[in-house]
Design a protein. Structure first.
Length: 107
């Protein structure tokens, strides 16, 4: 039986620090990616009670120098929406509203 992969983008299993800033409250939630693609991420966080499904957020993804070849950590920032909250895994699935490669970089 063949398995069908519904994802549009390939996932990487690297663990990157991420900050989720909620649009409605400006509250910030720290987490770490469990997997990441151009279209979204699964983020592990101990601050799940602050998040709600379908909530708009701004994501800041911190890429370390050893991953990017830069001399400092590269931060990519862009819009996202909380798609699923998984209390069992202590994480959330987020969908990026733009492809990750179009997120605004800053050092």
């Amino acid at each position: 039986m063949d398995s069908f992969e519904r994802r549009k983008y390939t996932r990487t299993l690297n663990n990157f620090k991420i900050k989720i800033r909620l649009s409605r409250t400006s509250k910030e939630v720290d987490g770490v990616t469990q997997n990441l693609s151009q279209g979204g991420a699964f983020v592990m966080s101990s601050s799940l009670p602050a998040l709600q499904k379908n909530e708009q957020a701004e994501m800041s993804l911190f890429l370390p120098p050893e991953f990017t070849g830069q001399s400092h950590t590269l931060t990519l920032t862009g819009p996202a929406v909380i798609k699923r909250i998984d209390k069992h895994k202590q994480g959330v699935a987020v969908e990026f509203l733009k492809e990750l490669k179009t997120f605004k970089p800053s050092l």
